[in-house]
Design a binder for this molecule. Structure first.
Ligand SMILES: Cc1ncc(COP(=O)(O)O)c(C=O)c1O
Length: 344
């Protein structure tokens, strides 16, 4: 199969129209079989609850070409589980596991010419979407839903590319309330962050870092990524909170830290002010961000610098990044059983 003629190594994180998308609909308690369609447009009723009340959720995962040419997905069943949890919380029907995985696989397979080649540093980003559609006015769940899977080739999320050091700024704004929607992947969690991100960027940071909404004391997460920290006493820690997204990358990084690097790991509340002096290496992690070391953090009116005066990548984050990427690209034996091959 011939690949598209594009400059794979210089892709940003942007929308590119690919050839096919998978679409299935839910009506009267039943999911349709689902099919590949070519149009990038969705015809929506003006009363759609996705438009008025943000009854909508999404997922994000990647396919990559392995060293031996196979196309590999990374832990797609966890994205399915998370979308099911999100849809329960938003009173939407669950996309059954079989339909979710088939939609993802069919969308990747049909767009195989768009899967970036091995060694390009790019991946195929997969965006499953579930939206409440159909005529509606009052605040109640939609009577119809569309499940759609779109795919786009992407490069690195933060413009610097590769494993480059980024910066975050602690936000005065909150992302999610305790007992709110923070622990599910609802689109409604994100538009408030656009303003917070702009404010962070005005300070020269890449993204906002949120603290807990109740006390502004504990670290939660960045705008589109979780946080992991290697402490000066050799532990790998990550914030626990009921208001953060349970990231699949974070979970995998913590498992790698424990099993491959042999580090003690802790998933617990992290008090920024009380603990910042103990941070050696900090990183943002997520499907899009992969693992991006955070060199400096704007907090309390000053920049706080981590490993290497905030200018270089520390050894723990380097090893975590390398191990994760090697598993994702089939460069090291997948002893965890995390990759899922898409056969052509
Ligand atoms: C707010 C937020 N936190 C964390 C993550 C990381 O989650 P994952 O590793 O599953 O991509 C994401 C998505 O990438 C996100 O949007």
């Amino acid at each position: 199969m011939e690949k598209q003629h594009i400059d794979w190594s210089n892709l940003g994180f942007e929308y590119t129209k690919t050839d096919y998308r998978f679409s299935a609909t839910w009506l009267d308690g039943q999911w349709s079989e689902g099919e590949l369609v070519t149009s990038e447009y969705i015809q929506l009723h003006e009363g759609s609850p996705a438009l008025h009340y943000a009854q909508q959720c999404f997922e994000g995962l990647k396919a990559q070409t392995a060293k031996d040419g196979r196309i590999l997905l990374f832990r797609p069943e966890l994205n399915c589980e998370r979308m099911q949890n999100t849809s329960d919380r938003l009173s939407m029907p669950r996309v059954p596991r079989e339909l979710f995985l088939r939609g993802v696989v069919e969308a990747v397979r049909a767009n195989a010419s768009w899967v970036p080649p091995y060694g390009s540093g790019a991946s195929l980003y997969i965006r499953p979407l579930l939206i409440g559609v159909g005529a509606n006015m009052g605040l109640r769940p939609a009577k119809q839903y569309e499940f759609r899977v779109i795919v786009c080739p992407v490069g690195s999320y933060y413009k610097s590319g590769g494993l480059a050091v980024v910066s975050l700024a602690v936000s005065d704004f909150d992302r999610a309330a305790p007992h709110g929607l923070g622990d599910v992947k609802a689109g409604a969690n994100y538009p408030g962050g656009l303003y917070a991100t702009r404010k962070a960027q005005e300070l020269g940071a890449y993204e906002a870092l949120y603290l807990d909404a109740a006390q502004h004391r504990y670290i939660e997460e960045a705008g589109s990524a979780n946080v992991v920290i290697a402490t000066k006493d050799g532990k790998l820690i990550t914030p626990s909170s009921s208001a953060i997204l349970p990231g699949i990358t974070r979970r995998s990084i913590m498992e790698i830290g424990k099993q491959v690097l042999g580090m003690p790991i802790e998933d617990r509340p992290i008090d920024l002010r009380a603990e910042i002096q103990s941070f050696n290496e900090v990183a943002a992690c997520g499907t899009a961000a992969v693992l991006s070391p955070v060199g400096k953090l704007w907090y309390d009116g000053a920049w706080h610098r981590f490993y290497g005066n905030g200018e270089s990548v520390g050894p723990v984050m380097q090893e975590l990044y390398d191990t994760l990427c090697e598993i994702q690209r089939g460069e090291r034996p997948d002893s965890f059983g995390w990759t899922h091959e898409v056969t052509l």
